[in-house]
Design a protein around this ligand. Structure first.
Ligand code: NAD
Length: 283
C-alpha cells in the first residue's frame, strides 16, 4: 500500500511535530484538535518550525510552502475518513484515549491502522476497545519530533504483522528509525532512562554529591549530552513522578519507587524549567 494520507489527533507539542514530519515527507496530513484555537496554535507552531529549517538551510522556501499546503487543520473527526494511518497524540488520559480510538474506528476505513503516541498507557488495553484490535499499535515519538531519530513501535498482544509492517514503512517514510518492542509499562527507552534519572535524584537526596557534580559526572563519565537532573528539569518533575508511578504500579516492584525528593519537589511546585525552578533555577 502506498502511503499518502495520515491523520493526527491532537495539535499540541507532539501532534504538530508528527504532522510536520509527515508533511515534509510528502504525505497529506489532517491534524484534528478540539478547538479552532488549538488547531491554529498547532499549525502556527508547525509553520514556525519549518521557518527555522529554512533559516538553517535544511529546507528551501518552496519545500516549506509545499509542506504547509499538505497540512489540513480541523476540529471535525470526519476529516480523518480517508486516512490510512491515524496517530492519536491527545492529552495523556486513559479514558480520553479510549474514547478517541473508538471515535476514530467509527470513521476510518476497514484497513486503516490506528496508532497511539501514548508514553505510558498499555497498547494492549487501548487496542481492546476496538472492533479490530489487530489494527492498533503504539507509535512512540520522541520530543522534539522533527529532530529525534527514533520511533518506538509497540506491539500490543493483538497487533497484527500487517499493522506492524505498515507502521514500520511509515517510520521509514518520515525518516525515523523504527525500533520494535513488546507492550510493557514505559516500553523500552523510558524504562531504562527514567529509573536512571530517579537514581540520580536518590543520590542527590542522600547528599552524596551536588546536583552540578552529579550532572557533570554523567556528562563527562558517560558522554551523556545532558546530566540526569537537568534532563529531569527539562522533562518536568511532575511528568517524571507520574512515569515512575506507572512503573511502580505496573510492575509491582519496589525498585521503581519514586525518590521521596522527587515527590517533595512536585509538592512544592518545583516542576523544572516550566515552573522556573527544579533542581536548577531558570530565570
Ligand atoms: N511531550 C512529550 O515529550 C511526549 C513524548 C512522547 C509521547 N508523548 C505523548 O504524546 C501525547 C500528547 O502529548 P503532548 O505533550 O503533545 O500534549 P499537549 O498537551 O501538548 O497536546 C495535547 C493536545 O491534545 C488535544 N486534545 C485533547 N482532547 C482531544 C480530543 N478529544 N480530540 C483531539 N484533540 C484533543 C489538546 O487540546 C492538546 O492540543 C500524550 O499521550 C503524551 O504522553 C509526549
Amino acid at each position: 500500500m502506498k502511503l499518502e494520507r495520515i491523520g493526527v489527533i491532537g495539535a499540541g507539542t507532539m501532534g504538530n511535530g508528527i504532522a510536520q514530519v509527515c508533511a515534509v515527507a510528502g504525505l497529506q496530513v489532517v491534524m484534528v484538535d478540539i478547538s479552532d484555537e488549538a488547531v491554529q496554535r498547532g499549525v502556527k507552531t508547525l509553520a514556525g518550525s519549518l521557518d527555522r529549517l529554512v533559516k538553517k538551510e535544511k529546507l528551501t522556501a518552496a519545500q516549506k510552502d509545499e509542506a504547509l499546503a499538505r497540512v489540513q487543520g480541523s476540529t471535525d473527526y470526519a476529516a480523518l475518513k480517508d486516512a490510512q494511518i491515524v496517530i492519536e497524540a491527545a492529552t495523556e488520559n486513559p479514558d480520553l484515549k479510549l474514547r478517541i480510538l473508538r471515535q476514530v474506528e467509527a470513521i476510518v476505513g476497514a484497513d486503516a491502522v490506528i496508532a497511539s503516541n501514548t508514553s505510558s498507557i498499555s497498547i494492549t488495553q487501548l487496542a481492546a476497545v476496538l472492533d479490530k484490535p489487530e489494527r492498533c499499535i503504539g507509535m512512540h515519538f520522541f520530543n522534539p519530533v522533527p529532530l529525534m531519530g527514533l520511533l518506538e513501535l509497540i506491539r500490543g498482544l493483538q497487533t497484527s504483522d500487517e499493522t506492524h509492517a505498515l507502521a514500520a514503512a511509515f517510520a521509514q517514510a518520515v525518516g525515523k528509525t523504527p525500533v520494535t518492542v513488546k507492550n510493557s509499562p514505559g516500553f523500552v527507552v523510558n524504562r531504562i532512562l527514567c529509573p536512571m534519572i530517579n537514581e540520580a535524584i536518590f543520590v542527590l537526596q542522600e547528599g552524596l554529591a551536588t546536583a552540578e557534580d552529579i550532572d557533570a559526572g554523567m556528562k563527562l563519565g558517560c558522554n551523556h549530552p545532558i546530566g540526569p537532573l537537568a534532563l529531569a528539569d527539562l522533562i518536568g518533575l511532575d511528568t517524571m513522578l507520574s512515569i515512575m508511578e506507572v512503573f511502580h504500579e505496573g510492575f509491582g516492584d519496589p525498585k521503581y519507587r519514586p525518590a521521596l525528593l522527587l515527590r517533595e519537589m512536585v509538592q512544592a511546585g518545583r516542576l523544572g524549567r516550566k515552573s522556573g525552578r527544579g533542581f536548577y533555577s531558570y530565570d
